[in-house]
Design a protein. Structure first.
Length: 151
């Protein structure tokens, strides 16, 4: 059964995930480093991990299964989940694939290096309504793809 695992510490599309999960009857697991305030539902689980910096990422990778859907803005986490045959998308609706993840990791590393040597790089773009819409469309596309493959 398909599940949605969410890297939940800073998710701007929480309600969208819930709405889509309810429509398809999919379980959602919100994984965070600190407690998050969400409703209690049978289809919704909250996992709070503590410890090291990447504890939530490690928990997701340890528990993700083939065709689970992972929602994260963390590119290294996306790469780790793709290796376990999960489907991965970010909060803006970008779908990560085996073909795209290498370039994304390289770009991330380059930008981190530039920041470390003092180059002023721009931060992430402001999250807009179109990002929310693209996320919903991408999540629906992934779910439809999984459902069609299972039929």
């Amino acid at each position: 059964m398909v599940r949605i695992l969410v890297d939940a510490d800073a998710i701007p599309v929480k309600q969208e995930v819930f709405r889509v999960a309810l429509r398809y009857g999919i379980k959602v697991i919100m994984v965070a480093n600190s407690p998050i305030n969400i409703q209690e539902e049978d289809w919704l689980e909250t996992v709070v991990v503590s410890g090291q910096f990447d504890a939530a990422d490690d928990w997701i990778v340890e528990h993700v299964q083939k065709n689970d859907i992972v929602v994260t803005g963390d590119i290294p986490l996306a790469a780790r989940c793709l290796k376990k045959a999960a489907r991965v998308l970010d909060y803006r609706g970008r779908i990560f694939t085996e073909n795209s993840i290498g370039n994304l990791l390289a770009t991330r590393d380059l930008m981190a290096h530039l920041r470390n040597i003092g180059v002023n790089t721009s931060g992430p773009k402001v999250f807009e309504k179109k990002d929310r819409s693209r996320f919903l469309q991408s999540l629906d596309t992934i779910i439809q793809s999984i459902l069609q493959a299972n039929n």
